[in-house]
Design a binder for this molecule. Structure first.
Ligand SMILES: *Cc1c(COP(=O)(O)O)cnc(C)c1O
Length: 228
């Protein structure tokens, strides 16, 4: 009940943000971030209606991936920093990697994908705000990276992701979200992102409404759904 109520409230806030931006609610996918909770709570979230779930560490995700049967139809999203030697544990098990943040990781994913004969859906993480603590490519590095990444047949590039600085006032991070959207539009128009790779993963519990107003297609929501 608790999760159903929280999910309903979240969807209502998303609907309002979409309405303000003149967007269709179907354009925004909620990725429920389950890193704070265990298997049972994760199952309750699924029962409440969520099918897209996000984890930022393979060790924390693994017990849930094992305990939750295929029939539940969960799409797992890898959203955290991915060590190169863990890439093999993620590809084929997660339906989207949001956090491709360096060339060496892209190369490793590509290599492993080719071995398995699959393509791996990925988003490119961009450090729009320029904070030292944030991972991702600097905007000016993207053209060079994407030129190499487009030649990697094991990568299925779907769009961009960013993390905004933590803030009490989401309005202050609007330029970060707008910046990611503008980068996507520019890179798509110039062919550095393949046609149709227009996903934008941006916005968390504290700032998702602003992210949606600026074009988010995935919001990664933990605390407001699962924290006590
Ligand atoms: C934990 C986490 C989130 C969710 O954050 P909340 O503020 O709890 O909603 C989103 N994205 C990433 C990459 C995370 O690690």
């Amino acid at each position: 009940m608790e999760y159903e109520k929280r999910l309903a409230e979240l969807k209502e806030r998303i609907a309002q943000a979409c309405a303000r931006a003149g967007r269709d609610q179907d354009e925004v996918t909620i990725v429920g971030v389950t890193k704070y909770v265990g298997v049972e709570e994760t199952k309750s979230l699924i029962e409440a209606g969520l099918r897209d779930l996000g984890e930022n560490r393979i060790a924390v995700a693994a017990p849930k991936l094992e305990a939750i049967p295929e029939e539940f139809g969960v799409r797992w999203h890898f959203i955290g920093h991915l060590q190169t030697n863990k890439a093999k544990d993620v590809i084929g098990r997660f339906s989207l990697i949001h956090s491709v943040d360096r060339l060496s990781l892209a190369k490793e994913i590509n290599k492993r994908a080719e071995v398995q004969g699959i393509t791996v859906p990925c988003l490119v993480q961009v450090n729009v705000s320029g904070e030292d603590s944030k991972g991702g490519f600097a905007p000016e590095e993207l053209i060079g990276f994407l030129t190499e990444a487009q030649a990697m047949k094991g990568l299925d590039l779907r769009g961009l992701m960013t993390m905004a600085p933590a803030t009490d006032d989401a309005e202050t991070v609007r330029p970060v979200f707008r910046g990611l959207r503008e980068l996507r539009d520019n890179l798509l128009a110039r062919g550095y992102l393949p046609a149709g790779s227009n996903e934008l993963s941006m916005g968390m519990s504290g700032d998702f409404e602003v992210a949606i107003e600026e074009g988010a297609t995935f919001v990664r929501i933990g605390s407001v759904l699962v924290k006590p």
